[in-house]
Ligand binder design. Structure first.
Ligand code: PGA
Length: 259
């Protein structure tokens, strides 16, 4: 399974910071050609970033509407993001779920929209600190998988981002044992929902991933990559994380890179 190293700039970045994308893309192309690298950006930067990246890495979006077009002022459809050059889109990030009340049903509709447009959907799930302390982390994430992952998703149309909310931007990390337990549980849930295909979807870990912990996280069973927030903003940090990905044979399908 080819690991995916994905960045998420969130609401950060203007055109003058695209040199960070240029540095990552050039270095990945020259020194890590077999590593699959994606950076999800504010929509305003996507078209320019695709040109800047020049095929060295893929560029993605951070959210999309479930609709194709129409009277939804301010929203962007998955088709529009694809048209701008995106190859992927994050759906159901906990910041969207928390601040915009996005339900599992909304997240599933957005994941379907991503597939309709030919974008890889990064479907995010994760428990709060209170849910973990109450002993409900596995059941909360299992329910999110069952309700947020549409039927018939495949390994080429979706990946899962497991991001415990209490680890995001906090510097707090789950133990290796907690990550192993959760990723194994997510794998079981995916297999229940999607059958044999559920064994193939990559499960990314996200939440306070840094150069110093990337190698140990990426070495854990069922960790198919990482989703990186803060540490994706600086090319040196993000590249150090990319270098921790196990060397693999070049991927045979990476249509995003060709855009
Ligand atoms: P972080 O964010 O790496 O800054 O913790 C991760 C995310 O929210 O995707």
């Amino acid at each position: 399974m080819q690991p995916l190293i994905a960045g998420n700039w969130k609401m950060n970045g203007v055109a003058s910071q695209l040199h960070e994308i240029e540095a990552v893309a050039a270095s990945v192309k020259a020194t890590l050609p077999s590593t699959e690298v994606l950076i999800c950006l504010p929509a305003t930067l996507i078209a320019q970033a695709v040109l800047t990246a020049a095929g060295g890495i893929s560029i993605g979006a951070e959210d999309c509407s479930a609709e194709i077009s129409g009277p939804f002022t301010g929203d962007l459809s998955a088709e529009m993001l694809k048209d701008a050059g995106a190859g992927a889109v994050i759906v159901g990030h906990s910041e969207r779920r928390q601040h915009y009340g996005e339900t599992d049903a909304v997240v599933a509709a957005k994941a379907k929209a991503a597939r309709r447009a030919g974008l890889l959907a990064i479907i995010c799930i994760g428990e709060t600190s209170a849910q973990r302390l109450a002993g409900n982390a596995l059941s909360v994430c299992g329910d999110q998988i069952a309700r947020s992952v549409p039927e018939n998703m495949t390994a080429s149309s979706a990946v899962i981002g497991y991001e415990p909310l209490w680890a995001i931007g906090s510097g707090q990390m789950p133990t290796s044992g907690q990550i192993i337990e959760m990723h194994a549980h997510i794998r079981d849930c995916l297999t229940q929902c999607l059958g044999a295909e559920g064994k193939k979807l990559r499960i990314l870990y996200g939440g306070s991933v840094k150069p110093s912990n990337a190698l140990s996280i990426l070495s854990l069973p069922e960790v198919g990559g990482v989703l990186v927030g803060g540490a994706s903003l600086k090319s040196a940090d993000f590249l150090a994380i990319c270098r921790a990905a196990p060397a693999m044979n070049p991927p045979n399908v990476n249509s995003q890179k060709e855009q």
